[in-house]
Design a protein. Structure first.
Ligand SMILES: Nc1nc2c(ncn2[C@@H]2O[C@H](COP(=O)(O)OP(=O)(O)OP(=O)(O)O)[C@@H](O)[C@H]2O)c(=O)[nH]1
Ligand SMILES: [Mg+2]
Length: 434
């Protein structure tokens, strides 16, 4: 099959590509994009391309044929040749025909923001599940764009022109490829379902435990917070999308009181919808958590926008209703006190931390501990005095207070979270009193 799923940024022999970044500033762009192409440059860097020039064009609306104006596109092509650029990266989503037209006008390789993000995911996905999710997103993205690969055949084939019903070899090939891609999409969906079912079984096995998930904008410091809290040895990098897989760690919020804490894939403005839908399975971790720790980079000038992007994404994946604790991370890097105050105003309950210096980490742990135990209720459980299993279950999941021995039974006064009450009877206890 001739579907090109290789990374679009080529990095053979370890050398990096030279990219020109192009953005269009539309009137409705958020005012806060002080450096409109900053994030794109970071994405390009993560994918293996150096930014050699940034070009921003102001427009009322995108050009339907080329997105940027045709004259500007020709100019960019000129500049690309002058600077010996390898490719042009456009900070927007291009329709298949806009991408095609732009390549014609500039005379070089053009990729859009979605392709760039997909590219990073392709490079970084390492688990079977992440790889399948990325490939699915890639296939869905390329389906409407297959023609682009084959247009040269139409020209070379010398078969009937573009008349109605005329089909050159390119057309037939596209049909074949489309069928192959659709079949691959079906297969991928099926194997993802199987992997997902396995995951659900794993998650269920943790069902009686309290679970929390770290969520947030990419590069906010989620993995660093996971490490600071649990000591987990996870990948931490000053790169976008370092984490693509969910890592779950047991975390003792108090001696002998573990909960589970998961690190998740980060969000970004305009995350390609193919990726969101194919990564839904990974994001379920957030959806089914008892508590979210929304980590923000308090030192980022665009932090307020990032918070909105994440909140909207959480809404889209069905996690809007999960309670949250906000973590204002990277306070050690904050230089602008006023900007920090704005974040604090937006998130008055947030906890200021530095996952690097450790500042605020104990306060975060206490807050989570309070949250987990706040919902505890006091109950009295009756059991057999010889039932060691009951006592150890209650000691593990609750705080056992007074113990009395009326007649030949034992009464245990316990403070415990509602989620653990159901299993007391399985352990041979009878709940007397709530
Ligand atoms: N100075 C400082 N740097 C931090 C802090 N927290 C994280 N970092 C740095 O920020 C960068 C990103 O941290 P990660 O933990 O990888 O961020 P993430 O949110 O997991 O990012 P993705 O997995 O890429 O979405 C790394 O270079 C960290 O060392 C902090 O509190 N202070
Ligand atoms: Mg991470």
């Amino acid at each position: 099959m001739k579907i090109d799923t290789a990374p679009k940024i080529r990095r053979e022999r370890g050398d990096r590509e030279r990219a020109i970044l192009v953005g269009v500033q539309l009137p409705d762009a958020p005012a806060s994009y002080r450096e409109p192409l900053q994030e794109l440059a970071q994405l390009a860097d993560t994918a293996g391309a150096d930014t050699i020039e940034r070009i921003v064009q102001r427009r009322e609306k995108p050009d339907p044929r080329t997105f940027i104006g045709k004259g500007k596109a020709a100019e960019i092509g000129e500049r690309a040749r002058e600077l010996e650029a390898d490719l042009v990266i456009v900070d927007h989503d291009l329709s298949p025909s806009q991408a095609r037209n732009l390549e014609k006008v500039t005379g070089g390789r053009v990729i859009d923001r979605t392709e760039l993000i997909l590219d990073i995911f392709v490079r970084r996905a390492s688990s079977a599940m992440a790889r399948a999710q990325v490939e699915l997103a890639q296939m869905e993205y390329s389906l409407p764009r297959l023609k682009r690969l084959w247009t040269h055949l139409d020209r070379e084939g010398g078969t009937a022109g573009p008349g109605i019903g005329a089909r050159g070899p390119g057309e037939k090939q596209i049909e074949t490829d489309r069928r192959l891609v659709r079949r691959r999409i079906r297969d991928l969906r099926r194997s993802l379902e199987t992997m997902q079912a396995h995951r659900v079984r794993q998650t269920r096995a943790r069902g009686q435990y309290f679970t929390a998930a770290l969520v947030g904008y990419t590069n906010a410091g989620k993995s660093t917070v996971l490490r600071a809290l649990t000591g987990a040895d996870v990948l931490i990098e000053d790169r976008l999308f370092a984490t693509l897989d969910t890592t779950t760690r047991a975390w003792e919020i108090a001696p002998g009181k573990p909960i589970f804490l998961s690190d998740t894939v980060g969000f970004i403005r305009d995350l390609p919808h193919h990726l969101v839908s194919s990564f839904l399975a990974t994001l379920e971790e957030a959806r089914f958590a008892d508590l979210l720790l929304h980590v923000v980079d308090a030192a980022d000038p665009d932090v307020l926008d990032h918070i909105e992007v994440v909140e909207k994404a959480l809404f889209d994946i069905g996690a809007a209703g999960v309670p949250r604790i906000y973590v204002l991370n990277q306070v050690d890097r904050v230089k602008d006190g006023l900007a920090l105050r704005l974040v604090e105003e937006r998130l008055p309950e947030g906890i200021k931390t530095s996952a690097v210096t450790g500042e605020g980490v104990p306060a975060l742990r206490d807050r989570v501990h309070d949250y987990v135990t706040r919902r505890h209720t006091d109950i009295v459980v009756e059991g057999d005095p010889g039932n060691g299993r009951l006592l150890s279950y209650l000691r593990e999941w609750g705080e056992v207070g007074e113990i009395t021995y009326p007649d030949s039974v034992v009464h245990l006064h316990v403070r415990i979270a509602p989620r653990y009450i159901a299993r007391i009877e399985e352990a041979g206890g009878v709940i007397l009193d709530k």
